[in-house]
Write a protein that binds this ligand. Sequence first.
Ligand SMILES: C[S@@+](CC[C@H](N)C(=O)[O-])C[C@H]1O[C@@H](n2cnc3c(N)ncnc32)[C@H](O)[C@@H]1O
Length: 192
Amino acid sequence: MNKALRDKWDRVYRSGASITAPATVLSENLFLLPATGSALDLASGLGANALLLAKQGLTTQAWDISDAAMCHIQQQAVAHAIAIKTFTGEITPSSFSANTFDVIVVSRFLDRSICNAIMESLKPNGLLFYQTYTQYKSSEHGPKNPRFLLAKNELLQLFSALKLVFYRENEGLGGAQQGLRNEAQFIGQKIT
Ligand SMILES: C[S@@+](CC[C@H](N)C(=O)[O-])C[C@H]1O[C@@H](n2cnc3c(N)ncnc32)[C@H](O)[C@@H]1O
């Protein structure tokens, strides 16, 4: 367990300074979800995606290294009378089992070493919803460490084994005050 990382994120969540809205790649594409099945909010933070997935009727898990975030999710689940199974720990390729989830959502998290495990962990026809920060920045928003920033079209390359359902990377096109900037969105389906 990476204690320094866990402590860092616990501090973030205990300070109250964090995102509580679901990723738009999920909230704007809910109609793509299956009516039933299993879902994972990976590196869930406070679990806004998990909450939305569970409310859609999916059997939902949330994984994150932060105890504080997992406690928050459990409280939210009780408050909304829904079930979310939480797993607190460092996510590595060995965290995943093959053919487990119908839906995986990853938002504002990037660890290139787990991309193959994510795809293996999808069931046949399963969907991956991914949204995270790009190297292109229209503002200071988002991480500065290049390790956590996507190169142009990188989600398309990382998940090229999936069938492309949706992709968006606006960069500085058109009216840069409007629309999603600094983040790319990807939805892919596992066809086997
Ligand atoms: C920027 S937050 C994003 C949280 C949430 N997905 C969202 O969109 O608001 C990144 C999350 O990844 C978690 N995290 C970072 N590295 C991790 C790791 N190696 N294993 C598990 N969780 C990790 C952090 O605890 C944090 O909650």
